[in-house]
Design a binder for this molecule. Structure first.
Ligand code: ZN
Length: 273
């Protein structure tokens, strides 16, 4: 499932096509959205934004298309505007003067006015957006500090989108590894220094993954491994999907298991409980 960095990269691609020129045609598969086809046509798209796992496409006439991909949704960009040859259910198509964007398989799509966005059940509950341009490392620290007395484990707390928006399973496993913390460590058991470390790594690793299209390994190490001809999927992570392999840091064998009810990966050499 895509996490913050993947969603933001999809946003960037969408913005390139949608944030220019006018909408020439729009198609909604769901009947209750069809009346918006004529309302949105001939408008400009003033902004494409990603919030948590939702995409928001804001039109010049005050409407916003909200979509959440859940497990199956997928955006496909078509620079020449042609409908892609894919075996998926087309749910939304936005044709521009140049290019088009198609959303497949997603079922959570709505068209909202400004005031409906503010009270939206998903958007209004989102925590601090890690990849927002206005979010700073200090803000992440302050956010985690407000949960310092909580008995929740880092494995569940970091993946709770109401706390920090953007971290899913792979980022969580990687952040915990570089912080040297076991997934079942409770946030209330961290000292100030560990809490700051987890905040800094949450901020930095999420951004690094966004900038590098998914690398959370040490960049110098990833570069070295790539030069040796090792494939991207094999060098991008420290521990994620590396069950049974040795840890780059300490040489211990990486384990896969359920931590606080969630599947994850860790190195017990670097991350003792
Ligand atoms: Zn290790």
């Amino acid at each position: 499932m895509p996490e913050g960095p993947e969603i933001r990269r999809a946003r960037d691609e969408l913005a390139q096509v949608l944030e220019q020129g006018k909408v020439t045609k729009i198609f909604f598969a769901f009947d209750h959205l069809k009346p918006y086809q004529s309302k949105l046509k001939n408008n400009r798209i003033i902004e494409v934004n990603a919030k948590g796992k939702a995409m928001l496409i804001r039109f010049s006439n005050g409407y916003t298309i909200y979509s959440h991909n859940q497990l199956y949704g997928k955006w496909i960009i078509s620079p020449d505007g042609k409908i892609p040859d894919v075996k998926r259910q087309l749910r939304l198509a936005i044709h521009m003067q140049q290019g088009a964007a198609f959303l497949y398989s997603a079922s959570d799509i709505s068209v909202l006015k400004e005031h409906e966005l503010v009270n939206h059940p998903y958007l209004s509950k989102l925590g601090l957006e890690l990849l927002s341009a206005t979010t700073t490392q200090e803000m992440v620290k302050q956010r985690l500090l407000t949960f310092h007395k909580s008995r929740r484990t880092l494995m569940t707390l970091l993946q709770d989108q109401r706390v920090l928006a953007g971290i899913g399973n792979y980022l969580c496993c990687e952040i915990l590894h570089v912080s040297g913390l076991h997934p079942e460590t409770r946030i209330c058991d961290l000292n100030q220094q560990q809490l700051e470390l987890i905040a800094d790594n949450s901020f930095q690793l999420t951004r690094q993954s966004y900038e590098t299209a998914g690398i959370t390994n040490l960049l110098s190490r990833a570069e070295k491994l790539a030069k040796q001809g090792i494939e991207f999927e094999s060098y991008r992570f420290n521990v994620y999907r590396r069950k049974g392999l040795s840890c780059y840091q300490c040489g211990d064998v990486i384990v896969k298991g359920k931590f606080s009810g969630r599947m994850g990966y860790c190195c017990l050499g670097c991350q003792p409980l």
